[in-house]
Design a protein around this ligand. Structure first.
Ligand SMILES: Nc1ncnc2c1ncn2[C@@H]1O[C@H](COP(=O)(O)OP(=O)(O)OP(=O)(O)O)[C@@H](O)[C@H]1O
Ligand SMILES: [Mg+2]
Length: 281
């Protein structure tokens, strides 16, 4: 079976700027994939190429086995752009109706109602975009991406404007989509959130992939810290199995042990390590 999204030797130059420097990446069907990296790393460029909005300088992206940008590929995709803006005068329902026409969805009012429900906007169905908060507009943007029940979703920072409750709504929605077998590629700066929801992540830096894998595998064990009467003592290379041995030895040597903590590195630690020497662009 073809990957939901596959990039091969993908390069993009904007004049002097090399936004993507030869990316190979596969997202399997049904996977929830997180793309991380600092501002300007090339995340949005990759997603725009996958949508067919930007043409690569070299290499290609295939969507479910067909070339990105083709009619067939576009029909399989839902897309939430990073800095989208809906017309101020349109209501939530009208925005979705417009996108139903664009996506040739025949879902009608029933589909719109379900989508608004899924992003907790049922109460704002007739509210104009200009009267919505930023977070409400972002949730409407996510509902828009789901019009026509696409099999693959490309979400460029879907939760950047959301409060913790809104993020929870979107996280639950992503879990639901995963259950339905929908593939999701999402760009984000919210590492803890990505760690919670994504099956796999990749970290981009200056157009190159510098790390990738399951969040649990990326965050390696970081040893053991033991609180003793003489202060905290760190054993950075100790494994889980070493812990009772170390404690027994400390106690045998007359040390008083008050606490034991296993140290694990988070996705944030892995990310920051991958960004060493990086400056904001
Ligand atoms: N249309 C464009 N013309 C010229 N340069 C561009 C264009 N779009 C992006 N770039 C440049 O390409 C690089 C990658 O940009 P991109 O928007 O893909 O980064 P990003 O990882 O999405 O960043 P952010 O986290 O800020 O959204 C940047 O150096 C950016 O300035
Ligand atoms: Mg971006």
């Amino acid at each position: 079976m073809a990957a939901a999204l596959a990039a091969h030797g993908l390069e993009k130059r904007y004049g002097e700027v090399r936004a993507l420097a030869g990316i190979d990446l596969e997202v399997s069907e049904g996977e929830l994939f997180g793309l991380l990296g600092p501002n300007g790393a090339g995340k949005s460029t990759l997603v725009k190429i996958a949508c067919g909005l930007v043409r690569p300088s070299a290499g290609d992206v295939m969507i479910a086995g067909v070339r990105a940008g083709s009619r067939e590929a576009r029909a399989a995709l839902g897309y939430l752009a990073e800095m989208f803006r809906f017309p101020d005068w349109a209501t939530a329902d009208e925005v979705l109706a417009l996108h139903q026409r664009l996506a040739r969805s025949r879902g009608g009012a029933a589909e719109r109602a379900v989508l608004l429900e899924r992003v907790a906007l049922t109460h704002a169905r007739h509210r104009r975009v200009e009267a919505m908060s930023k977070g409400m507009q972002q949730r409407l943007g996510i509902a828009q991406a789901l019009v026509g029940a696409p099999r693959i979703l490309l979400l460029d920072e879907p939760t950047s404007a959301l409060d913790p409750l809104g993020r929870r709504t979107v996280r639950d929605l992503l879990a639901e989509l995963r259950q339905q077998g929908v593939t999701v590629l999402l760009n984000s700066h919210l590492l803890s959130e990505v760690e919670l929801v994504c099956d796999r992540v990749a970290i981009l830096r200056r157009g190159e992939l510098v790390a990738g894998g399951r969040p649990s595998e990326l965050g390696r064990g970081g040893g053991v810290e033991i609180e003793t009467a003489s202060g905290p003592r760190r054993f950075p290379s100790a494994s889980r199995e070493d812990t009772p041995v170390i404690v027994a030895e400390l106690v045998a040597s007359g040390e008083r042990v008050y606490g034991v903590r296993r140290l694990t590195s988070t996705l944030e630690d892995v990310y920051l390590e991958a960004m060493q020497g990086e400056r904001p662009t």
